[in-house]
Design a protein around this ligand. Structure first.
Ligand SMILES: [Fe+2]
Length: 299
């Protein structure tokens, strides 16, 4: 499946909405680029109840803009297809009923081609709104939220597709191979801690935040070290295999359950991966969407 040409539409918009329009085009186009390497057959797969087909992600992210933005902003709004309101709702109870998540793979109609047409039409209407409609600030905030929502679904789309392809015995390629990261040895950066400010600020974080990122408030931090890079799968597996989840010194952060029996600690019953569960991963595989042979966890 090939990604359509880059979205284009002549604009005459104010500076206030020009950036939003550019971001809209960029995010929407990126979703198409992500699914471009996958076949229509790949895009309909739902490999487990917690995963969704790529086709559903493509439609649902479009549903957000149609239902949350266009329905309120277009004077003569008419839905692309009235059935989509339920089919591609997720958990927005205020909008009405939603199709069961566990059965998203059964939505054979609309076809992928029809979903792509749905995206194209909503994109055109959204761009017309942003370019010529002088949308209200509340509408612009909804568009910004919709773009953040779509970026969340871009991650979900890839993880769901990765799981679906992992169930195929021949590890088909869904993406071009990427060069292996050459990880440097993990280094630890010390922080003194103390009284700090936590939460969103417009000056530092831009004009968007989720509601749980406010209000900005003070937090007392004990001294801590933090790794200078992200943890790899291999390192996380080693942590589990060495019994890391059973060692109380790793579980004493505020807000996390305390598992140890140390003085003053309360032992709680929680479900955590055990060293045994980690050892069961030995000989099991981890896969990417790049069609490469799966890599083994060490025995
Ligand atoms: Fe969603």
């Amino acid at each position: 499946m090939n990604a359509p040409d880059r979205l284009d539409m002549r604009t005459s918009t104010s500076d206030a909405t020009a950036d939003l329009l550019t971001r809209f085009r960029t995010v929407r186009q990126h979703t198409l680029a992500l699914v471009a390497p996958f076949s229509p057959e790949d895009c309909k797969l739902q490999s487990m109840p917690d995963a969704s087909p790529a086709k559903w992600h493509l439609a649902h992210t479009t549903w957000f803009f149609e239902t949350m933005v266009l329905e309120a902003a277009e004077p003569n709004f008419a839905p692309f297809d009235a059935h989509f309101r339920v089919l591609f709702n997720s958990y927005y109870q205020g909008v009405g009923a939603a199709h069961a998540r566990t059965e998203r793979g059964l939505i054979s109609h609309p076809t992928l081609a029809e979903v792509m047409n749905y995206r194209a039409q909503v994109d055109e209407r959204m761009q017309r709104l942003l370019a010529h409609g002088s949308p209200a600030a509340s509408v612009q905030q909804l568009v910004a939220l919709g773009l953040q929502h779509e970026q969340q679904h871009q991650e979900l789309l890839l993880t769901d597709m990765q799981h679906a392809l992992s169930r195929h015995p021949q590890w088909p390629a869904g993406q071009p191979p990427t060069e292996a990261l050459q990880q440097t040895a993990l280094a630890w950066l010390p922080y003194e801690g103390g009284l700090v400010q936590q939460g969103w600020t417009a000056e530092r974080d831009g004009d968007f935040c989720f509601d749980y990122e406010t209000p900005r408030h003070r937090v007392w931090l004990e001294p801590f070290d933090i790794g200078h890079r992200l943890v790899t799968q291999q390192e996380f597996w080693q942590f589990m295999a060495s019994g890391g989840y059973q060692r109380p010194e790793f579980q004493s952060l505020p807000g996390l359950p305390t598992l140890g029996r140390g003085r003053g600690r309360v032992q709680r019953q929680v479900h955590v991966p055990t060293a045994g569960a980690a050892r069961q991963l030995s000989g099991h595989t981890r896969r990417s969407c790049a069609g490469q042979p799966p890599k083994l966890f060490p025995a």
